[in-house]
Write a protein that binds this ligand. Sequence first.
Ligand SMILES: Nc1ncnc2c1ncn2[C@@H]1O[C@H](COP(=O)(O)OP(=O)(O)OP(=O)(O)O)[C@@H](O)[C@H]1O
Ligand SMILES: Nc1ccn([C@@H]2O[C@H](COP(=O)(O)O)[C@@H](O)[C@H]2O)c(=O)n1
Ligand SMILES: [Mg+2]
Length: 207
Amino acid sequence: MGSVIDVTIEEGSLTEKKPTVVFVLGGPGSGKGTQCANIVQHFGFTHLSAGDLLRAEIKSGSENGTMIQNMIKEGKIVPSEVTIKLLQKAIQESGNDKFLIDGFPRNEENRAAFEAVTKIEPEFVLFFDCSEEEMERRLLSRNQGREDDNIETIRKRFKVFLESSLPVIEYYNSKEKVRKIDAGKPVEEVFEAVKVIFTSNSEKATV
Ligand SMILES: Nc1ncnc2c1ncn2[C@@H]1O[C@H](COP(=O)(O)OP(=O)(O)OP(=O)(O)O)[C@@H](O)[C@H]1O
Ligand SMILES: Nc1ccn([C@@H]2O[C@H](COP(=O)(O)O)[C@@H](O)[C@H]2O)c(=O)n1
Ligand SMILES: [Mg+2]
């Protein structure tokens, strides 16, 4: 007769825990990157900007580099497959389990593909609400050498935001996931409002 082996399976050991994800959305120049840097300092998240990952991919000399560069110059949205692969790689390499995903999902295709591939639902969606007039002023004085910070591309980016990105925010709003911030105020005031959201959310999580 064979021996009986007592195998104890610890709870959760067979299913990997999903990371915590907050999507950070808002128009071009609304202050997503600026506020994410503050959130990282205070709340221990890793900041993943989809735009930064795409720009790094261009610099790396990847086979998709020229296609990505052309799309960014035109303010168009890069196919989800490319952006999601970059996000997944960055998540895996980070060693963290809490992420601010900035500038993604940018359209319905981004949203549905991310959900299908990763099975991750955002904890909530931070939405930086800012007037076009103020965003345009900020982008034209950003001076970071971005090829899309010129008035022609900025107008195209605003159009894409209204037509493709706002519907994603509306989708999450219908699921009560959107936390809207008045992003037209000075940086410090915007961050005070951001802190309230992250603090109350972490309190909820520990109850
Ligand atoms: N609340 C604010 N008031 C004034 N200027 C700001 C504010 N927040 C950010 N800025 C400035 O506006 C510019 C755009 O900010 P930032 O890069 O954070 O925007 P973004 O939403 O990440 O834009 P993009 O979508 O183009 O990446 C930067 O030069 C930044 O210093
Ligand atoms: N999900 C995304 C995010 C960005 N892009 C492209 O990058 C440009 C710059 O993005 P920022 O967030 O840094 O402003 C954006 O205009 C798109 O061309 C994308 O395709 N998909
Ligand atoms: Mg940015």
